[in-house]
Design a protein around this ligand. Sequence first.
Ligand SMILES: NCCCC[C@H](N)C(=O)NCC(=O)O
Length: 420
Amino acid sequence: MSQPHLNSTKAWLVYGFAIVAYISAISQRTSFGVAGIEATERFHASAQILATFSVVQLVVYAGAQVPVGLLLDKFGPRILITCGALLMAAGQAFLAISVNVPMGLIGRVMVGMGDAMVFVSVLKLLPLWFSGSKIPVLTQLTGTFGQLGQLISIFPFHMMLLNAGWSTSFSVMSGFAFATFITTIAFVRNGNGWAGPSHGTHSSRSRIAQALKQPGTRLGFWTHFTTAFMINTFMMTWGYPFLVEGQGLDSALASGMMSIFVVVAVVLGPVLGALTARRAEHRSNYALGIIGLMLAMWAVVLCWPGQAPLWVLIVLMISVAAGGPASVIGFDFARTFNPPRVLGTATGLVNTGGFIGAFITIYVIGFILDMLNKANGSSGVLYNLGSFRIALSFQFVMAALGITFMLIERRKARRYLAEQ
Ligand SMILES: NCCCC[C@H](N)C(=O)NCC(=O)O
Protein backbone atom coordinates (compact mmCIF):
# COMPACT_ATOMS: atom_id res chain seq x y z
CA MET A 1 0.00 0.00 0.00
CA SER A 2 1.46 3.39 -0.94
CA GLN A 3 1.82 5.81 1.93
CA PRO A 4 2.55 9.22 0.41
CA HIS A 5 2.39 11.00 3.77
CA LEU A 6 5.57 9.23 4.92
CA ASN A 7 8.66 11.49 4.70
CA SER A 8 6.47 14.22 3.12
CA THR A 9 6.76 17.99 3.68
CA LYS A 10 3.79 17.67 6.03
CA ALA A 11 5.68 15.01 7.99
CA TRP A 12 8.55 17.47 8.56
CA LEU A 13 6.10 20.19 9.58
CA VAL A 14 4.42 17.90 12.13
CA TYR A 15 7.78 16.73 13.46
CA GLY A 16 9.11 20.31 13.58
CA PHE A 17 6.24 21.51 15.77
CA ALA A 18 6.42 18.40 17.96
CA ILE A 19 10.13 19.13 18.48
CA VAL A 20 9.33 22.72 19.48
CA ALA A 21 7.00 21.28 22.14
CA TYR A 22 9.83 18.99 23.34
CA ILE A 23 12.36 21.85 23.44
CA SER A 24 9.83 23.76 25.54
CA ALA A 25 9.39 20.69 27.82
CA ILE A 26 13.13 20.49 28.45
CA SER A 27 13.33 24.21 29.18
CA GLN A 28 10.41 23.92 31.64
CA ARG A 29 12.09 20.87 33.23
CA THR A 30 15.46 22.56 33.70
CA SER A 31 14.27 26.12 34.48
CA PHE A 32 13.95 25.47 38.22
CA GLY A 33 17.50 24.14 38.35
CA VAL A 34 18.97 27.53 37.43
CA ALA A 35 16.68 29.35 39.85
CA GLY A 36 18.08 27.75 43.02
CA ILE A 37 19.25 30.93 44.76
CA GLU A 38 16.05 32.84 43.95
CA ALA A 39 13.93 29.85 45.08
CA THR A 40 15.81 29.69 48.39
CA GLU A 41 15.01 33.36 49.01
CA ARG A 42 11.42 33.24 47.79
CA PHE A 43 10.44 30.11 49.72
CA HIS A 44 12.82 30.65 52.67
CA ALA A 45 13.94 27.09 51.91
CA SER A 46 16.97 25.06 53.01
CA ALA A 47 19.24 23.22 50.56
CA GLN A 48 17.46 19.98 51.46
CA ILE A 49 14.05 21.40 50.62
CA LEU A 50 15.44 22.74 47.38
CA ALA A 51 16.74 19.26 46.50
CA THR A 52 13.24 17.92 47.26
CA PHE A 53 11.87 20.02 44.39
CA SER A 54 14.14 18.30 41.83
CA VAL A 55 13.56 14.84 43.29
CA VAL A 56 9.77 15.26 43.42
CA GLN A 57 9.65 16.48 39.83
CA LEU A 58 11.80 13.60 38.59
CA VAL A 59 9.89 10.98 40.59
CA VAL A 60 6.69 12.30 39.01
CA TYR A 61 8.33 12.23 35.57
CA ALA A 62 9.63 8.66 35.93
CA GLY A 63 6.48 7.38 37.70
CA ALA A 64 4.30 8.79 34.93
CA GLN A 65 6.16 7.05 32.09
CA VAL A 66 4.20 3.78 32.06
CA PRO A 67 0.72 5.36 32.49
CA VAL A 68 1.66 7.92 29.82
CA GLY A 69 2.82 5.12 27.49
CA LEU A 70 -0.51 3.34 27.96
CA LEU A 71 -2.48 6.55 27.28
CA LEU A 72 -0.30 7.18 24.25
CA ASP A 73 -1.20 3.84 22.71
CA LYS A 74 -4.87 4.57 23.41
CA PHE A 75 -5.18 8.22 22.36
CA GLY A 76 -2.16 8.94 20.16
CA PRO A 77 0.68 11.47 20.38
CA ARG A 78 -1.28 14.58 19.36
CA ILE A 79 -3.56 14.52 22.42
CA LEU A 80 -0.71 13.63 24.76
CA ILE A 81 1.61 16.45 23.57
CA THR A 82 -1.32 18.89 23.76
CA CYS A 83 -2.18 17.86 27.34
CA GLY A 84 1.52 17.91 28.31
CA ALA A 85 1.99 21.47 27.02
CA LEU A 86 -1.15 22.66 28.80
CA LEU A 87 -0.14 21.03 32.10
CA MET A 88 3.32 22.61 31.92
CA ALA A 89 1.84 26.03 31.13
CA ALA A 90 -0.48 25.72 34.16
CA GLY A 91 2.34 24.41 36.40
CA GLN A 92 4.74 27.24 35.53
CA ALA A 93 1.95 29.83 35.94
CA PHE A 94 1.22 28.40 39.39
CA LEU A 95 4.93 28.50 40.23
CA ALA A 96 5.05 32.15 39.12
CA ILE A 97 2.53 33.08 41.83
CA SER A 98 3.76 30.58 44.46
CA VAL A 99 4.93 32.11 47.71
CA ASN A 100 5.63 29.01 49.80
CA VAL A 101 7.09 25.50 49.51
CA PRO A 102 3.80 23.52 49.17
CA MET A 103 2.57 25.83 46.38
CA GLY A 104 5.93 25.60 44.64
CA LEU A 105 5.87 21.80 44.88
CA ILE A 106 2.38 21.63 43.36
CA GLY A 107 3.63 23.73 40.45
CA ARG A 108 6.62 21.46 39.88
CA VAL A 109 4.47 18.30 40.07
CA MET A 110 2.29 19.71 37.29
CA VAL A 111 5.37 20.56 35.21
CA GLY A 112 6.80 17.05 35.80
CA MET A 113 3.55 15.42 34.71
CA GLY A 114 3.28 17.53 31.57
CA ASP A 115 6.94 17.01 30.72
CA ALA A 116 6.49 13.22 31.06
CA MET A 117 3.98 13.24 28.17
CA VAL A 118 6.13 14.85 25.51
CA PHE A 119 9.30 12.86 24.72
CA VAL A 120 7.67 9.45 24.36
CA SER A 121 4.90 11.03 22.24
CA VAL A 122 7.40 12.60 19.84
CA LEU A 123 9.10 9.20 19.46
CA LYS A 124 5.73 7.58 18.77
CA LEU A 125 5.08 10.14 16.00
CA LEU A 126 8.20 9.10 14.09
CA PRO A 127 7.04 5.75 12.61
CA LEU A 128 3.65 7.36 11.91
CA TRP A 129 5.26 10.00 9.66
CA PHE A 130 8.60 8.61 8.53
CA SER A 131 10.04 5.40 7.18
CA GLY A 132 13.36 3.64 6.77
CA SER A 133 16.64 4.94 8.13
CA LYS A 134 15.10 8.36 8.89
CA ILE A 135 13.45 6.91 12.01
CA PRO A 136 16.61 5.96 14.00
CA VAL A 137 18.34 9.18 12.92
CA LEU A 138 15.37 11.32 13.98
CA THR A 139 15.08 9.36 17.24
CA GLN A 140 18.62 10.52 18.08
CA LEU A 141 18.01 14.04 16.77
CA THR A 142 14.94 14.35 18.99
CA GLY A 143 17.16 13.86 22.06
CA THR A 144 19.73 16.24 20.60
CA PHE A 145 17.27 19.04 19.77
CA GLY A 146 15.85 18.77 23.27
CA GLN A 147 19.17 20.06 24.58
CA LEU A 148 18.30 23.46 23.12
CA GLY A 149 15.71 23.67 25.88
CA GLN A 150 18.47 23.42 28.46
CA LEU A 151 20.30 26.28 26.74
CA ILE A 152 17.11 28.38 26.98
CA SER A 153 17.12 27.82 30.75
CA ILE A 154 20.83 28.47 31.20
CA PHE A 155 20.96 31.70 29.19
CA PRO A 156 17.82 33.77 28.34
CA PHE A 157 15.70 32.42 31.19
CA HIS A 158 18.42 32.89 33.78
CA MET A 159 19.14 36.42 32.56
CA MET A 160 15.45 37.29 32.71
CA LEU A 161 15.24 35.87 36.23
CA LEU A 162 18.10 38.12 37.36
CA ASN A 163 16.67 41.21 35.69
CA ALA A 164 12.89 40.83 35.76
CA GLY A 165 12.40 38.60 38.81
CA TRP A 166 10.65 35.36 39.65
CA SER A 167 7.00 35.96 38.70
CA THR A 168 7.74 37.55 35.33
CA SER A 169 10.27 34.89 34.33
CA PHE A 170 8.11 31.90 35.24
CA SER A 171 5.09 33.59 33.61
CA VAL A 172 7.10 33.92 30.38
CA MET A 173 8.00 30.21 30.59
CA SER A 174 4.32 29.45 31.10
CA GLY A 175 3.58 31.55 28.00
CA PHE A 176 6.16 29.56 26.04
CA ALA A 177 4.51 26.27 27.06
CA PHE A 178 1.09 27.72 26.20
CA ALA A 179 2.36 28.78 22.76
CA THR A 180 3.41 25.16 22.10
CA PHE A 181 -0.06 24.05 23.25
CA ILE A 182 -1.53 26.23 20.47
CA THR A 183 1.01 25.15 17.81
CA THR A 184 0.46 21.48 18.69
CA ILE A 185 -3.29 21.84 18.24
CA ALA A 186 -2.73 23.68 14.97
CA PHE A 187 -0.01 21.59 13.37
CA VAL A 188 0.64 18.23 15.06
CA ARG A 189 -1.36 15.33 13.62
CA ASN A 190 -1.15 11.61 14.28
CA GLY A 191 -0.98 10.81 10.56
CA ASN A 192 -2.81 8.33 8.34
CA GLY A 193 -0.97 5.42 9.93
CA TRP A 194 -2.68 6.04 13.27
CA ALA A 195 -5.47 3.52 13.69
CA GLY A 196 -7.50 5.83 15.93
CA PRO A 197 -8.25 5.59 19.65
CA SER A 198 -8.37 1.95 20.71
CA HIS A 199 -11.42 0.98 22.70
CA GLY A 200 -10.16 -1.18 25.46
CA THR A 201 -9.90 -4.56 23.78
CA HIS A 202 -6.66 -4.93 25.72
CA SER A 203 -6.36 -4.05 29.39
CA SER A 204 -3.47 -1.89 30.58
CA ARG A 205 -1.99 -4.92 32.29
CA SER A 206 -2.05 -6.96 29.12
CA ARG A 207 -0.41 -4.13 27.13
CA ILE A 208 2.39 -3.88 29.70
CA ALA A 209 2.76 -7.67 29.66
CA GLN A 210 2.81 -7.67 25.85
CA ALA A 211 5.53 -4.99 25.74
CA LEU A 212 7.58 -6.69 28.46
CA LYS A 213 7.34 -10.04 26.67
CA GLN A 214 9.42 -8.62 23.86
CA PRO A 215 13.12 -9.15 24.60
CA GLY A 216 13.77 -5.87 22.73
CA THR A 217 11.81 -3.91 25.35
CA ARG A 218 13.83 -5.48 28.15
CA LEU A 219 17.08 -4.94 26.26
CA GLY A 220 15.99 -1.31 25.69
CA PHE A 221 15.25 -0.89 29.41
CA TRP A 222 18.67 -2.21 30.49
CA THR A 223 20.43 -0.23 27.76
CA HIS A 224 18.75 2.96 28.98
CA PHE A 225 19.42 1.99 32.60
CA THR A 226 23.15 1.35 32.10
CA THR A 227 23.92 4.22 29.71
CA ALA A 228 21.86 6.92 31.45
CA PHE A 229 22.18 6.32 35.20
CA MET A 230 25.69 7.80 35.43
CA ILE A 231 24.87 10.98 33.49
CA ASN A 232 21.67 11.46 35.52
CA THR A 233 23.49 10.89 38.81
CA PHE A 234 26.17 13.38 37.78
CA MET A 235 23.81 16.05 36.46
CA MET A 236 21.07 15.71 39.03
CA THR A 237 23.07 15.51 42.25
CA TRP A 238 26.65 14.41 42.72
CA GLY A 239 28.59 15.88 39.78
CA TYR A 240 28.78 19.44 41.04
CA PRO A 241 29.77 18.67 44.69
CA PHE A 242 32.31 16.12 43.42
CA LEU A 243 33.94 18.68 41.12
CA VAL A 244 33.92 21.50 43.69
CA GLU A 245 34.42 19.79 47.07
CA GLY A 246 36.22 16.66 45.86
CA GLN A 247 38.32 17.96 42.97
CA GLY A 248 38.71 21.52 44.23
CA LEU A 249 37.35 23.27 41.12
CA ASP A 250 36.07 26.81 41.32
CA SER A 251 32.24 26.77 41.51
CA ALA A 252 31.83 28.97 38.39
CA LEU A 253 34.13 26.68 36.42
CA ALA A 254 32.27 23.59 37.65
CA SER A 255 28.87 24.94 36.58
CA GLY A 256 30.29 26.14 33.25
CA MET A 257 31.63 22.64 32.65
CA MET A 258 28.06 21.32 32.85
CA SER A 259 27.54 22.72 29.32
CA ILE A 260 29.84 19.91 28.11
CA PHE A 261 26.74 17.70 28.38
CA VAL A 262 24.91 19.84 25.83
CA VAL A 263 27.88 20.01 23.42
CA VAL A 264 28.46 16.24 23.49
CA ALA A 265 24.75 15.54 22.90
CA VAL A 266 24.70 17.89 19.91
CA VAL A 267 27.85 16.38 18.37
CA LEU A 268 27.43 12.70 19.20
CA GLY A 269 23.63 12.38 18.77
CA PRO A 270 23.60 12.66 14.96
CA VAL A 271 26.70 10.42 14.65
CA LEU A 272 25.13 7.66 16.75
CA GLY A 273 21.83 8.13 14.88
CA ALA A 274 23.57 7.58 11.52
CA LEU A 275 25.51 4.57 12.86
CA THR A 276 22.37 3.02 14.34
CA ALA A 277 20.53 3.49 11.04
CA ARG A 278 23.37 1.96 8.99
CA ARG A 279 24.43 -0.89 11.28
CA ALA A 280 21.44 -1.69 13.50
CA GLU A 281 22.95 -5.08 14.36
CA HIS A 282 25.78 -3.26 16.20
CA ARG A 283 23.51 -0.98 18.28
CA SER A 284 24.16 -2.80 21.54
CA ASN A 285 27.92 -2.76 20.86
CA TYR A 286 27.88 1.03 20.48
CA ALA A 287 26.08 1.31 23.82
CA LEU A 288 28.44 -1.18 25.50
CA GLY A 289 31.48 0.64 24.07
CA ILE A 290 30.30 3.96 25.53
CA ILE A 291 29.55 2.31 28.89
CA GLY A 292 33.10 0.86 28.84
CA LEU A 293 34.52 4.33 28.15
CA MET A 294 32.55 5.87 31.03
CA LEU A 295 33.72 3.17 33.45
CA ALA A 296 37.33 3.46 32.28
CA MET A 297 37.29 7.22 32.86
CA TRP A 298 35.67 6.85 36.29
CA ALA A 299 38.36 4.30 37.18
CA VAL A 300 41.10 6.73 36.07
CA VAL A 301 39.65 9.67 38.02
CA LEU A 302 38.83 7.71 41.18
CA CYS A 303 42.27 6.05 41.25
CA TRP A 304 44.16 9.25 40.39
CA PRO A 305 46.60 10.06 43.20
CA GLY A 306 45.14 13.27 44.62
CA GLN A 307 42.98 15.65 42.60
CA ALA A 308 42.88 14.90 38.88
CA PRO A 309 44.07 17.53 36.38
CA LEU A 310 41.39 19.59 34.64
CA TRP A 311 41.84 17.87 31.26
CA VAL A 312 41.20 14.45 32.84
CA LEU A 313 38.01 15.76 34.44
CA ILE A 314 36.92 17.17 31.08
CA VAL A 315 37.51 13.78 29.40
CA LEU A 316 35.52 12.16 32.23
CA MET A 317 32.62 14.54 31.64
CA ILE A 318 32.72 14.00 27.87
CA SER A 319 32.53 10.24 28.34
CA VAL A 320 29.74 10.48 30.95
CA ALA A 321 27.88 12.88 28.61
CA ALA A 322 28.10 10.29 25.82
CA GLY A 323 25.69 8.22 27.93
CA GLY A 324 22.85 10.60 26.91
CA PRO A 325 22.93 9.86 23.17
CA ALA A 326 23.79 6.20 23.92
CA SER A 327 20.62 5.89 26.02
CA VAL A 328 18.53 6.74 22.95
CA ILE A 329 19.59 3.38 21.47
CA GLY A 330 17.29 1.86 24.11
CA PHE A 331 14.28 3.47 22.40
CA ASP A 332 15.39 2.07 19.07
CA PHE A 333 15.20 -1.45 20.54
CA ALA A 334 11.68 -0.76 21.80
CA ARG A 335 10.60 0.52 18.38
CA THR A 336 12.01 -2.32 16.31
CA PHE A 337 10.71 -5.15 18.52
CA ASN A 338 7.18 -3.94 19.32
CA PRO A 339 4.02 -3.67 17.23
CA PRO A 340 2.66 -0.09 16.91
CA ARG A 341 -0.25 -0.78 19.29
CA VAL A 342 2.08 -1.19 22.30
CA LEU A 343 4.96 1.04 21.16
CA GLY A 344 4.06 3.91 23.51
CA THR A 345 3.90 1.52 26.48
CA ALA A 346 7.24 -0.06 25.52
CA THR A 347 8.90 3.36 25.06
CA GLY A 348 7.59 4.50 28.45
CA LEU A 349 8.96 1.35 30.09
CA VAL A 350 12.39 1.90 28.49
CA ASN A 351 12.42 5.56 29.56
CA THR A 352 12.18 4.60 33.24
CA GLY A 353 15.50 2.68 33.13
CA GLY A 354 18.01 5.51 33.46
CA PHE A 355 15.90 7.27 36.07
CA ILE A 356 15.38 4.20 38.27
CA GLY A 357 19.13 3.52 38.03
CA ALA A 358 19.91 7.12 38.96
CA PHE A 359 17.56 7.23 41.98
CA ILE A 360 19.16 4.11 43.44
CA THR A 361 22.69 5.36 42.74
CA ILE A 362 22.06 8.88 44.06
CA TYR A 363 20.54 7.51 47.24
CA VAL A 364 23.27 4.90 47.89
CA ILE A 365 26.09 7.40 47.21
CA GLY A 366 24.51 9.81 49.73
CA PHE A 367 24.11 6.96 52.21
CA ILE A 368 27.77 5.92 51.85
CA LEU A 369 28.96 9.53 52.27
CA ASP A 370 26.90 9.84 55.46
CA MET A 371 28.18 6.49 56.77
CA LEU A 372 31.80 7.46 56.14
CA ASN A 373 31.24 10.77 57.88
CA LYS A 374 29.69 9.01 60.89
CA ALA A 375 32.52 6.46 60.94
CA ASN A 376 34.90 9.41 61.28
CA GLY A 377 32.91 10.59 64.31
CA SER A 378 31.22 13.26 62.13
CA SER A 379 34.32 15.34 62.74
CA GLY A 380 35.52 15.90 59.20
CA VAL A 381 33.89 17.49 56.19
CA LEU A 382 31.01 15.51 54.71
CA TYR A 383 32.26 15.92 51.13
CA ASN A 384 35.91 15.09 50.65
CA LEU A 385 37.88 13.33 47.94
CA GLY A 386 38.52 10.17 49.98
CA SER A 387 34.84 9.68 50.73
CA PHE A 388 33.81 10.51 47.17
CA ARG A 389 36.25 7.87 45.89
CA ILE A 390 34.54 5.15 47.91
CA ALA A 391 30.97 6.37 47.44
CA LEU A 392 31.17 7.00 43.68
CA SER A 393 32.67 3.53 43.17
CA PHE A 394 29.13 2.24 43.78
CA GLN A 395 28.53 3.16 40.13
CA PHE A 396 30.63 0.12 39.15
CA VAL A 397 28.19 -2.16 40.99
CA MET A 398 25.23 -0.63 39.15
CA ALA A 399 27.05 -0.81 35.83
CA ALA A 400 27.91 -4.50 36.41
CA LEU A 401 24.23 -5.19 37.09
CA GLY A 402 23.15 -3.30 33.98
CA ILE A 403 25.75 -4.89 31.67
CA THR A 404 24.87 -8.37 32.93
CA PHE A 405 21.19 -7.86 32.11
CA MET A 406 22.03 -6.22 28.78
CA LEU A 407 24.02 -9.30 27.78
CA ILE A 408 21.30 -11.69 28.97
CA GLU A 409 18.57 -9.79 27.12
CA ARG A 410 20.71 -9.33 24.03
CA ARG A 411 21.15 -13.09 23.77
CA LYS A 412 17.38 -13.58 24.11
CA ALA A 413 16.69 -10.84 21.56
CA ARG A 414 19.07 -12.42 19.04
CA ARG A 415 17.49 -15.84 19.58
CA TYR A 416 14.03 -14.28 19.11
CA LEU A 417 15.10 -12.65 15.83
CA ALA A 418 16.62 -15.89 14.59
CA GLU A 419 13.35 -17.71 15.28
CA GLN A 420 11.22 -15.13 13.39
N1 LIG B 1 21.05 13.36 23.23
C1 LIG B 1 20.69 13.33 24.59
C2 LIG B 1 19.46 12.52 24.77
C3 LIG B 1 19.22 12.17 26.22
C4 LIG B 1 18.07 11.23 26.33
C5 LIG B 1 17.73 10.97 27.75
N2 LIG B 1 18.51 9.91 28.33
C6 LIG B 1 16.30 10.59 27.84
O1 LIG B 1 15.98 9.44 27.89
N3 LIG B 1 15.44 11.61 27.87
C7 LIG B 1 14.04 11.49 27.99
C8 LIG B 1 13.41 12.85 28.03
O2 LIG B 1 12.22 12.96 28.36
O3 LIG B 1 14.07 13.84 27.76
